[in-house]
Design a protein around this ligand. Structure first.
Ligand SMILES: Cc1cc2nc3c(=O)[nH]c(=O)nc-3n(C[C@H](O)[C@H](O)[C@H](O)COP(=O)(O)OP(=O)(O)OC[C@H]3O[C@@H](n4cnc5c(N)ncnc54)[C@H](O)[C@@H]3O)c2cc1C
Length: 450
């Protein structure tokens, strides 16, 4: 398709919003702008995983090499009890026959690569920071009036002021506390608390378990997830390792829903004796105080994402509990699916409603299913099952959980997220390539261009 003139406004410059901008640009849309509530697109956060279907889509956007150079390739995933016994183990990405790898990357590094690509391709004025979407209304003649709040003079001290901007399409990529979602669903309220609190960080340690392993260990209430963020150690022989520890409240225990700094002693001692091969949790969880504790939250599935000229994407549409390492993956796939739906509808540049409904129909049922599976702990449920049936450990896992049950719990999740090899090895279903494509990166070994 050729160039499209509809003015598109994207609320939020997280991974989802930036991926949407790049995908829409590739599809021929040129009047694109992004607004970000934060004063800058800053590289916040810790590690995120990109499943092979998201890596395929990033390769289609010409960003594979840049991202892979900043990532660790994950080749193995293990679920273990607190004694280090293996409940489930599988190969991942290229090692499992995928055409694209599973990558683990610092969220900030990924954000930086995407934001730089947006600035390069769309121009330096495409992203406006310090501008928060607060709502929108229909303005007639197929346009929306989007309300913004921004800090006068760029400092909080000088107070918040308001303005509006027009748009022919508004994409709410504004995260789990989305203002666009709240406008569409004004009675929904805050995300429901799960009763689990999470601490997360990055520590430099010696590479463990071959250097490409993601490890999840749990005892039924406490859990820790560990994976590397670099494939090769630095000159100090260490690699950055992402960790997330969590604790589920006991039945009837009051839930601590606050995000606040706590001393490491609030959680780290519980893991002091946990180990797996050459991985020592005591070393991984060591470091300075404080550590931010935050509640694990998600969102209830929605009956609809697209309303007229407005739609939702990523966490604003389907924030899910981080159980299968695929929130970022699904935000990227949403972005690609949305751009594709708009590109293939010849009327979308004038009236995007039909295309937005097609995107909603394609992505929402699968994401709602995945969000509910994640709330039920997704594939990590196998650890709780093992701990429940054998709290003091087991001889052979087959005596505790039947292999067919393990396979069902782990494989069904990958299938629901479309990152099982059968689905993820297909060529990208979302290629639009309208415009002169961005300079394509040479495919890396094992990676087939989408
Ligand atoms: C600061 C931060 C740190 C994170 N760290 C991690 C991590 O370490 N590990 C992990 O697995 N996941 C992390 N996440 C979540 C993860 O990034 C998402 O689950 C996933 O990438 C999907 O992203 P998204 O773009 O849909 O939403 P998000 O990543 O939440 O991005 C939403 C963006 O919208 C902006 N925004 C919010 N409200 C408005 C508004 N009203 N108007 C304009 N802009 C708005 C936010 O500032 C943010 O930049 C983090 C999210 C954030 C915001």
């Amino acid at each position: 398709m050729g160039e499209q003139s509809m003015k598109i406004l994207i609320a939020g410059c997280g991974i989802g919003g930036l991926a949407a901008a790049l995908s829409l640009y590739e599809a021929g849309f040129r009047d694109l702008s992004l607004v970000e509530a934060a004063p800058a697109v800053r590289p916040y956060g810790a590690g995120v995983n990109l499943q092979p279907n998201a890596v395929r889509e990033l390769a289609a956007l010409g960003l594979y090499e840049e991202i892979a150079a900043r990532s660790a390739t994950i080749g193995r995933l293990g679920y273990h009890n607190h004694l280090g016994q293996t409940v489930w183990h599988e190969r991942r990405g290229l090692a499992a026959g995928h055409r694209h790898p599973q990558l683990a990357v610092h969220r900030g590094e990924l954000l930086t690569v995407l934001a730089e690509a947006v600035t390069r391709r769309l121009g330096p004025g495409a992203i406006r920071t310090d501008a928060k979407v607060t709502g929108f209304e229909r303005a007639g003649e197929g346009r929306l009036r989007v309300r913004l709040a921004h800090r006068r003079g760029g400092t909080a001290k000088e107070g918040v002021t308001g303005s509006t901007t027009g748009a022919g399409l508004l994409i709410g990529a504004d995260g789990i506390r989305s203002a666009v979602r709240a406008t569409l669903y004004p009675r929904e309220g805050a995300p429901p608390a799960s009763g689990t609190v999470v601490w997360r960080g990055i520590t430099r340690v010696r590479p463990f378990l071959g250097g490409d392993s993601m490890v999840v260990m749990g005892d039924g209430r406490w859990k820790v997830v560990v994976y590397p963020l670099a494939g090769t150690p630095g000159t100090d022989g260490l690699v950055p390792v992402n960790w997330a520890a969590s604790r589920a409240a006991a039945p009837g225990e009051p839930v601590d829903g606050a995000t606040r700094p706590v001393p490491r002693s609030a959680f780290a001692p519980h893991f002091d004796t946990w180990a797996l091969g050459d991985l020592r949790l005591r070393e991984v969880l060591a470091g300075p105080d404080p550590v931010v504790q935050f509640p694990l939250i998600d969102r209830d599935p929605l009956p609809r994402w697209s309303f007229g000229r407005v739609t939702l994407l990523g966490d604003s549409a389907h924030a899910m509990a981080p159980m299968g390492s695929n929130a970022t993956t699904q935000a990227i796939v949403d972005a690609r699916a949305l751009a594709h739906a708009l590109a293939r509808d010849p009327d979308a540049g004038r009236d995007p409603e039909r295309a937005l409904l097609a995107y909603d129909r394609e992505r929402r049922p699968a994401m709602n299913r995945l969000a509910l599976m994640s709330r039920a702990k997704g594939p990590e449920a196998v650890i709780d099952l093992a701990c429940e049936r054998a709290p003091d450990g087991f001889g052979r896992i087959g005596e505790v959980i039947d292999r067919s049950e393990l396979v069902a719990l782990t494989r069904s999740y990958a299938r629901a997220g479309h990152f099982d090899a059968r689905a993820a090895n297909l060529p990208s279903p979302y290629s639009t390539r309208a415009s002169a494509p961005a300079p394509a990166a040479a495919p890396a070994p094992g990676v087939v261009p989408a």
